[in-house]
Write a protein that binds this ligand. Structure first.
Ligand SMILES: [Zn+2]
Length: 451
């Protein structure tokens, strides 16, 4: 009996996150980090230009399969010189020992037949590709199937299935382009009335989308084909779908124009989530933004509030550059950066001003919070982060402040906490600023308790 228990506990320990290791290299001798990472394999990846640095985030691979959420991150100067390496990777010998990759390889030959019996749509039109991926769920690693297929209308989709062929997620990709216009609030309902704005490079169908954002709706009357101008009254559910699309599109444009950061994948958004129920949903998870309509008591017309929509788009950017978590201190960093980018983009420190009903606004990045004020509340503690970045940007000026904050985000990783954020603030301050600016920032960091 005892032997069995010990064996069982060994198996459980072996399969959990205990086999996830993090690594960090800043400067000097690269021998150690090179040796440490030698036991892992990472897939080749393009680098992204972000605030005048190159950022390359490579997924770990194991026996040819991508390991989701395991990474190597390199930061390079514009001349290509390596400045920083951070990695979080799974030691395959323990964590993946139980994965029967031989049987996955064996199943690969029969997977098309299984898909056809589970999904009738694949009987006439087989998927373009079916790829196994290693993913972590509840502490255990397993292999899922990533299926790319084209529907009857010629639209490409990516479907993720577990080993029992149950759907985990579905994602579209488009091809045809339309130029048209839409009636929306260009800067939100608090700043001006509805106007006609041009929309370029839209896909024809199956919903309102362009190359980097896709907005569907759970309301019965929705935009599913862009045939002409999107001119709907503010009473029409389709107005909110177009409004959310315009905010998201402008936000991703802003990240590209202001920070040189281009979203590497198409973000999906959905409005009227839970319809006909009026929900207060507003969140980003795994490439998807979900927005409710607002219950009318706490929030109303959520898709029309630029601060909420832009905040969710910022989560997508943060996810690509640092994959910060959504809980704990890392979650507060995530929320703090999302509020900060929103405030910088909209030129207002107030979050939720156009939709929150219980007060003039929900949160503000204009605050005096210090690290000592931490109380464990996700959004409360995010104010310490956003308040610090906002004050630094006020002191250094818009452009320098934004570049400084982006350089900090560039260096954060999925396991970052407040201590790591504090250390990174100091690091970027010491490396990337003039003496005069560094003095200003150090004053703020000291006052806010980061030093
Ligand atoms: Zn958020």
């Amino acid at each position: 009996m005892h032997v069995i228990l010990i064996l069982l506990s060994l198996i459980f320990v072996g399969c959990t996150k205990a086999s996830f290791y993090t690594y960090d290299w800043k400067e000097g001798d690269k021998t150690k980090i090179t040796a440490q990472l030698a036991g892992f394999e990472f897939a080749p990846a393009e680098k992204n230009l972000s605030a005048r640095e190159w950022v390359r985030l490579q997924p770990q691979i194991y026996q040819g399969l991508v390991v989701e959420s395991a990474y190597k991150k390199e930061i390079l100067a514009t001349d290509g010189v390596l400045k920083r390496v951070r990695a979080g990777a799974v030691k395959p010998e323990i964590a993946f020992a139980h994965l029967d990759l031989a049987s996955v390889a064996e199943q690969s030959s029969g997977i098309h037949r299984k898909l056809q019996s589970a999904f009738p749509l694949f009987r006439k039109r087989p998927p373009q590709s079916v790829t196994p991926v290693i993913t972590q769920r509840g502490g255990f690693y397993e292999v899922i199937w990533q299926v790319d297929y084209m529907d009857l209308k010629g639209q490409m989709w990516t479907l993720k299935l577990n080993q029992n062929l149950e759907v985990r997620s579905i994602r579209p990709a488009g091809s045809q382009f339309i130029d048209t216009s839409a009636w929306v609030y260009p800067r939100g309902p608090l700043l001006g009335s509805v106007q006609e704005v041009p929309l370029k490079g839209l896909y024809l169908e199956p919903t309102l989308a362009n190359h980097w954002v896709y907005v569907s709706s759970q309301a019965p009357d929705k935009i599913d084909k862009v045939a002409g101008p999107l001119k709907f009254s503010t009473q029409d559910h389709r107005f909110d779908q177009a409004q959310a699309f315009v905010y998201l599109n402008e936000s991703f444009n802003w990240f590209q124009n202001r920070l040189g950061f281009k979203m590497p994948f198409q973000v999906q958004a959905e409005v009227f989530v839970g319809y006909p129920e009026k929900t207060n949903s507003a969140f980003y998870y795994q490439g998807k933004i979900r927005l409710g309509q607002g219950d009318g008591e706490f929030y109303q017309n959520i898709p029309r509030d630029p601060s909420i929509v832009v905040h969710e788009s910022a989560h997508a950017v943060i996810d690509v550059l640092a994959k910060l978590p959504f809980e704990g201190e890392g979650g507060s960093l995530n929320e703090g950066f999302a509020d900060y980018f929103t405030a910088m983009q909209l030129g207002s420190p107030r979050m939720g001003e156009a939709s929150y009903k219980k007060a003039p606004f929900r949160r503000t990045v204009l605050n005096d919070l210090t690290v000592a004020d931490r109380n464990g509340g996700l959004y409360h503690d995010s104010g310490i982060v956003s308040g610090t970045l906002w004050e630094i940007s006020e002191q250094l000026g818009f452009k320098k402040g934004l570049d400084f904050s982006m350089a900090v985000l560039n260096r954060l990783v999925p396991g970052s906490d407040f201590a790591d954020f504090g250390g990174t603030l100091k690091e970027v301050c010491a490396e990337g600023l003039s003496m005069e600016d560094a003095r200003k920032v150090n004053g703020i960091l000291s006052k806010r308790g980061w030093l």
